[in-house]
Ligand binder design. Structure first.
Ligand code: HEC
Length: 138
């Protein structure tokens, strides 16, 4: 009897301790305004990517992505990473974006952390939202 009471009290204390530990994490939760701001920032980056894709990238031969991929058609972001014959290795989406910048556009590739690369990836992925991930697929 006495033992069980002690066990119950211990369990109770454990629950309270865990709830206490969870409290600081809850304090990190976000508000509706945060969500709105994040969504706006995301939209801004996607829109920037859309402009770059439709003629906004500096291109030596004035070729633009949408000439071959209207609205990011056939860019298949959901299949990355995957082996790409053109590169002879497993490539990320950005590696193929740079392959097209180098080859069809005859221009300088973008650094992986270039905000323009971020924007192109965001636009291309947004255009394929809802499609199931299929990394490695051909
Ligand atoms: C002259 C036509 C042409 C232009 C312009 C072009 N591409 Fe491509 N793109 C291709 C071809 C051809 C492939 C290779 C198809 C393959 O093997 O998957 C390709 C492949 C890709 C892929 C990978 C597709 C996949 O299914 O794995 C991406 C991503 C891509 N291009 C993005 C871009 C972006 C971004 C631009 C503009 C910077 C661009 N392309 C401009 C022709 C073009």
């Amino acid at each position: 009897m006495g033992n069980r009471n002690r066990t119950n009290r211990f369990t109770g204390l454990m629950i309270m301790a865990c709830a206490g530990l969870a409290a600081p994490a809850l304090a990190d939760e976000f508000t509706q305004e945060d969500l709105q701001r994040w969504q706006q920032e995301y939209r801004t980056v996607v829109d920037r990517g859309e402009k770059l894709f439709h003629g906004g990238l500096p291109s030596r031969n004035t070729v633009s992505c949408d000439q071959c991929h209207p609205n990011a058609a056939n860019t298949h972001p959901e299949t990355y990473p995957k082996f790409q014959q053109q590169l002879g290795r497993v490539a990320a989406l950005r590696d193929m974006i740079n392959w097209c910048i180098r080859n069809p556009l005859e221009s300088e590739p973008l650094a992986a952390d270039d905000p323009r690369m971020n924007a192109l990836e965001a636009y291309i992925t947004q255009e394929r939202r809802g499609v199931a991930l299929a990394p490695g697929k051909h």
